[in-house]
Design a protein around this ligand. Structure first.
Ligand code: NI
Length: 395
């Protein structure tokens, strides 16, 4: 990277930290990112980008059209916080009770603003277009799906998209890349076993759905171990069991709620059909009724291998091959998957862990934090990726 670019990124650090802390202090939940969205659009307008607000309620899109013809590359940040009380004792801790940026989306927004600042200063060197996508509601609200449905990948038509997530499993200074599958499809189910209530002393006059549920829970855990190819990945977790009111009453029904994770459509469908079959089978064996509702969530996030290799080589040019790691997928979810269903791209990880600074806590923890060095670091990685994809040869 030429010295001037390197200096301008290094010189941005205080500005980046201030923006990140402002957002961090004012967390907003999904589809309510009004102030964050306002902050983003004010900066993008200052940078002279074409700005359009109101996407998916609070989303913002900025476009920089280069003077010369070329491809269109998009980068994306999510803006929402989580319903969680911050436990960090820092001057920039959340000022909103019960809300916190515990997943680092404040950092994602900040990094993309840094990239916008940098390119706006050298816009005459841009060949093709750069599109900045700031979306709401990554945390379960599928903001990305809404943005895609509203046409965010059109006009100008996006040829490739890149996104990143700060990543506490990797130390600061490292980039993690998933070559293909990066995160799981996140589906859920609600099972109801409908028996017949009665007195706990007279089970023969009732149909005990708690007993049936016990069998079903055991059966469900045979799906991953017996039906799925051991070389594939899958998770079924039953997170909630509801049923009963007192120690001596057999209830009418029991419900089981759970999450189902998979990395391929084949495994996804197999998990769904086996859950339904087992529920029906167990209920029938006890002479009970049942219902099994399977709700599709985010699809699996699948990177384009060529784009992942581009990210790896662009980052390695800045930080060396040793600091770029190809990492295994996670069974978490990420709605960036919706963009990748439409256009090739890659979603990668920016290490933000720093044991010396006590920054060791995982996502969605009330003690989650980032090493703020990841802000200029993230800007540099995105600049390198865009440079390489558009063939700008700035670096
Ligand atoms: Ni997140």
């Amino acid at each position: 990277m030429n010295a001037a670019l390197k200096d301008s990124i290094a010189g941005m650090k205080d500005w980046l930290v201030e923006i990140r802390r402002t957002i961090h202090m004012h967390p907003e939940l999904m589809f309510e990112e009004v102030e964050t969205s306002r902050l983003v659009s004010i900066w993008l307008e200052k940078f002279g980008l074409e700005v359009k607000t109101g996407w998916a309620k609070t989303g913002v899109v900025g476009v920089l059209r280069g003077d010369k013809e070329g491809k269109t590359v998009a980068i994306r940040a999510d803006m929402d916080a989580l319903p969680l009380e911050e436990a960090n004792q820092v001057p920039y801790a959340s000022k909103v009770k019960g809300k916190m940026h515990a997943c680092g989306h404040d950092a994602h927004v900040t990094i993309l603003l840094g990239v916008a600042k940098l390119f706006s200063a050298i816009r005459e060197q841009v060949k093709g277009n750069i599109k900045w996508i700031f979306q709401p509601a990554e945390e379960g609200g599928a903001g990305a799906r809404v943005m895609v449905e509203e046409g965010v990948l059109e006009n100008p038509k996006v040829n490739a998209i890149f996104g990143a997530h700060v990543f506490p499993d990797l130390p600061i200074g490292k980039v993690g890349i998933h070559e293909r599958e990066g995160l799981a499809a996140t589906d859920r189910f609600i099972i109801k076993i409908i028996g017949k209530g009665g007195h706990g002393a007279y089970p023969h006059l009732a149909k005990d759905p708690i007993f049936a549920a016990g069998h079903l829970i055991t059966q469900i855990h045979s799906i991953v171990s017996r039906d799925i190819n051991p070389l594939d990945s899958a998770v079924i977790t039953i997170g909630k069991v509801n049923g009963g009111t007192a120690f001596n009453i057999i209830p009418d029904e029991v419900s089981l709620l759970g999450t189902v994770r998979s990395l391929t459509p084949q495994v996804r469908e197999l998990l769904k059909s086996r859950l339904e079959q087992l529920t029906q089978g167990v209920a029938r064996s006890f002479g009970m009724d049942c219902r099994c509702e399977f709700e599709y969530g985010y699809p699996a996030l699948v990177n384009d291998p060529e784009m992942s290799r581009l990210v790896a080589s662009a980052c390695a040019r800045g930080i060396g091959q040793d600091n770029v790691e190809f990492i295994r997928p996670s069974m978490g979810g990420e709605d960036f998957a919706y963009y990748l269903e439409k256009v090739p791209g890659s979603f990668f990880r920016l290490g933000c862990r720093n044991e010396k600074k006590g920054i060791i806590h995982s996502f969605h923890s009330s003690l989650f934090n980032i090493d703020e060095d990841v802000l200029p670091f993230g800007v540099e990685m995105f600049v390198r990726i865009i440079d390489q994809y558009l063939g700008l040869e700035l670096i």
